[in-house]
Design a protein around this ligand. Structure first.
Ligand SMILES: *[C@@H]1O[C@H](CO)[C@@H](O)[C@H](O)[C@H]1NC(C)=O
Ligand SMILES: *[C@@H]1O[C@H](CO)[C@@H](O)[C@H](O)[C@H]1NC(C)=O
Length: 420
């Protein structure tokens, strides 16, 4: 709902080979990349080695769906920094007007020809508390309005019914500050904000969608920003109002964690990619300075249908996180723009994604449909009249270095051509 562009509903369930997710292996990660290091710099933006004690225990689920080989530990083998790039057609990108401010971890919702762009970090020490508006018909930025003072500034869950935008939880403040459980709803016609009942507990970047008249919120990170939450709640909503006093507990998701795409299509609820673990505040830091922790990025796609049991669909071409607003639904395909994949096995640096991927729901096939102008994460995506748009995010250091550098407000578009 909300981000649907000319999709023709077909029954996905009939086409699928469905794998029920009955068990999920959990294991201690022995190979922790938290090498203790004297070289600690704040690094949410620059991505360095963390200062975590190697003795601190960490329990994170391991992806045993598709046992990938640990490429990094083959002796004598040297991996290029760019080994995770996938081949794909070149696209002709057109640079449009740059957004009024650069943004990392912002949020975006498209309603007709308007892309509403919310919040986000400007720098690691400064967060935005306003909405910028881009009109995809005349390709201009214009119209800025404030968010409520109590609303989170990044890691928001967000979805629309076509008029109202529901805004869920998220991180309040810069660096790696704590989350809020406060939720809001924006009437995009009047630009008025209202409260929604708060979540039972706050979450960072939970998967959020509207499905069958209920707002669904799943996963995300728990209060320490790192521990994956598995909980799933729903709330009946209509015309921007909650129909119930509080959130209902629903079936937990198979894997928790932040930064997944969450899509409702053909009356099914899909969650795509994401990660477990995230940067967290350095203990005792008065400014909640971000410090890096172990992260596992995944390629899993899970689907909920009538049976209300999670089913696994074919995985992405590679693990992809930071894509909660980096997708569009076009012709019964989900199109995903950029993101982050698993860290480089030898340098341990974060690796950004420079591809546009298509998940064709007619045949459940993933493919790479194009290359981006650069690798970039937390893109904010729209689609209009055949044009795929993306703005904001954090780009790579250059063609030979896929680790993150500059936070941007650039807006780009290309004529999208999908595989049948
Ligand atoms: C977007 O721009 C077009 C062309 O100027 C205008 O006709 C349209 O009303 C604008 N959309 C909105 C929602 O303001
Ligand atoms: C979507 O389908 C329509 C009708 O078949 C087609 O004209 C259009 O090119 C398709 N869009 C993309 C992005 O492939």
């Amino acid at each position: 709902m909300g981000r649907q562009f000319g999709a023709k509903p077909t029954s996905l369930a009939r086409v699928l080979v469905v794998v029920c997710v009955t068990t999920l292996g959990f294991a201690l990660i022995a190979d922790i990349f938290w090498a203790s290091s004297s070289k600690f710099t704040s690094s949410y933006f620059n991505t360095i080695v963390s200062n975590q004690s190697p003795h601190q225990p960490s329990i994170l689920p391991i992806n045993n769906n598709n046992a990938r080989k640990p490429i990094g530990d083959i002796p004598g083998r040297v991996l290029s920094a760019t080994f995770q790039d996938l081949p794909g057609p070149e696209l002709k990108w057109e640079k449009m007007a740059t957004a009024p401010v650069p943004r990392l971890d912002g949020a975006a919702i498209q309603i007709k020809d308007i892309l509403f762009v919310f919040a986000g970090y400007g720098t690691i020490d400064y967060v935005h508390s306003h909405v910028d508006i881009y009109n995809v018909t005349d390709n201009t930025w214009g119209g800025r309005f404030d968010m409520p003072k109590e609303m989170a500034h990044s890691h928001l869950g967000m979805v629309t019914d076509g008029r109202y935008i529901y805004v869920i939880s998220g991180q309040y403040g810069p660096q790696c500050r704590g989350p809020t459980s406060r939720n809001f709803v924006l009437d995009t016609e009047t630009k008025q904000w209202q409260d929604l009942p708060p979540l039972p507990v706050p979450r960072y970047a939970p998967a959020t969608q509207l499905w069958r008249g209920r707002l669904h919120v799943m996963g995300g990170s728990k209060e320490n920003r790192h521990t994956p939450g598995l909980e799933h709640w729903s709330l009946g909503v209509k015309n921007g109002k909650a129909l119930e006093k509080g959130w209902r507990t629903e079936i937990p998701i198979p894997r928790g964690g932040p930064h997944r795409a969450c899509v409702v299509v053909n009356d099914q609820l899909l969650v795509i990619g994401g990660q477990e673990g995230d940067f967290m505040a350095k203990p005792g830091s008065p400014i909640f300075k971000c410090s890096r922790r172990n992260e596992v990025v995944y390629d899993d796609v899970y689907m909920l249908d009538d049976e209300m049991k999670w089913k696994a669909l074919p995985p992405m071409p590679k693990p992809d996180s930071h894509i909660e607003f980096a997708w569009a639904l076009v012709n019964n395909s989900i199109v995903v723009v950029g993101g982050t994949t698993e860290k480089h096995p030898t340098t341990k640096k974060m690796v950004l994604i420079g591809e546009v991927m298509q998940f064709n729901l007619n045949n459940l096939k993933w493919s790479v449909v194009g290359k981006l102008p650069y690798r970039v994460k937390t893109t904010l995506v729209g689609f209009w009249n055949g044009w795929l748009y993306f703005t904001s995010g954090q780009r790579d250091k250059g063609p030979d270095d896929p680790s993150p550098k500059k936070v941007l407000g650039e807006m780009w578009r290309t004529k999208l051509k999908l595989n049948l």
